[in-house]
Design a protein around this ligand. Structure first.
Ligand code: NAD
Ligand code: LMR
Length: 333
């Protein structure tokens, strides 16, 4: 029996994500919460002939509490998306408060749930969830995840493009580490499961890195004011949630990329600090999952000089973003 919950379930990501979770045969209960439209979304999904029982709640009558009761996995895509010309950090003002309130609800109702944060800016909203949990005395760094899967999905797709065979994209695995915005997104292309062409020019390499780092902007620009990635994000979020659900159910050896508190695995964190030459509280890397959340944070592996340069650019920005989230909660309490 696994109960999954989507907070922000009526939105551009929330609806297709809820659909994909309803289609996940491991999930037996699906709770949907939003400030609008969730009863309708839930009624619609409930007619699909898959096992998950679906319920949708709004804020009145303790809707958040009802949605979260018994939750094993909580996915949060609640919050405003970007418009052209905005950075993810421009969303902080509105989304920080939304994430803080939802995290408070999880801390008080489902403190043992795995929490998957999609709301931007992920580099700062994940620290907000961690700090709220600390304030409530229920912090477990193994159970809080920033969803960076879309960066990895994009890297696979864009590398397949460069290799000239889109049919291969599903098999291509490229570690993408760091954080989830602009220069903090660092694709380790040298570790791609499918090597880049040996004659790829420096400028084509740079274009590929840039495309992974700013893939979100491509969608924001194309949507022209109507929001950011929703369908590809729902796909990525459902893929990530599926792995967490399977790990919770006892499947072993599941590895995922995620932006996690490094306190989740002190030994892994120490190695990562050595690899990076800097201590950070949160970082996105491949992590191994178990029934209780993160069991291991993998080392970075061999990186090229160019990738080390990208990391050196990412780290100060990431550190700043983390501090923004931590400070926000400190000031709010
Ligand atoms: P959207 O506006 O379409 O949907 C957001 C939903 O959140 C809306 O239905 C809204 O009613 C709901 N909401 C607002 N306040 C709420 C609250 N207090 N409680 C519950 N629900 C609330 O936006 P979207 O396109 O679905 O994007 C959502 C977020 O996901 C944005 O912050 C966006 O930047 C982020 N995002 C992250 C990634 C990633 O890779 N991590 C990718 C794409 C988008
Ligand atoms: C993305 O990477 O598509 C998301 O973070 C949304 C955005 O604002 O770009």
């Amino acid at each position: 029996m696994v109960k999954a919950v989507v907070l922000g379930a009526a939105g551009g990501i929330g609806q297709p994500l809820a659909l994909l979770l309803k289609c996940n045969l491991h999930i037996t209960e699906l709770g949907l919460y939003d400030i609008v439209n969730t009863p309708g979304v839930a009624a619609d999904l409930s007619h699909i002939s898959t096992p998950a029982k679906v319920e949708g709640y709004l804020p009145p009558d303790d809707g958040l509490k009802k949605t979260l009761t018994g939750a094993d996995v909580v996915v949060i895509p609640a919050g405003v998306p970007r418009k052209p010309g905005m950075t993810r950090d421009d969303l902080f003002k509105i989304n920080a408060g939304i994430v803080k309130d939802l995290a408070t609800g999880i801390a008080t109702t489902a403190p043992k749930a795995m929490v998957l944060v999609i709301s931007n800016p992920v580099n700062s909203t994940v620290p907000i969830v961690a700090e709220v949990f600390k304030k409530h005395g229920v912090y477990d760094p193994k159970r809080i995840f920033g969803v960076t899967t879309l960066d990895v999905v994009r890297a696979s797709t864009f590398v397949a493009d460069v290799l000239g065979d889109v049919r291969m994209s599903k098999q291509i695995v490229v570690p993408v580490v760091g954080g989830h915005s602009g220069v903090t997104i660092v694709p380790l292309l040298s570790q791609s499961s499918h090597p880049l062409p040996p004659n790829l020019s420096t400028s084509d390499y740079q274009k590929l890195v840039q495309r992974v780092q700013f893939g979100g902007d491509e969608v924001v620009k194309a949507k022209d004011g109507a929001g950011s990635a929703t369908l590809s994000m729902a796909y990525a979020g459902a893929e990530f949630a599926d792995k967490v659900v399977r790990a919770v159910k006892g499947e072993k050896g599941i590895n995922v990329p995620s932006y996690v508190p490094l306190a989740a695995d002190p030994a892994g964190a120490a190695q990562l600090t050595k690899d990076l030459g800097k201590e950070l509280e949160f970082f996105s890397n491949t992590v191994e999952l178990g029934t209780e959340g993160v069991v291991r944070i993998h080392p970075l592996g061999p990186v090229t000089d160019k990738e080390r340069e990208l990391l050196q650019t990412a780290l100060p920005e990431l550190e700043k973003n983390i501090q923004t989230g931590v400070n926000y909660v400190a000031e709010a309490y």
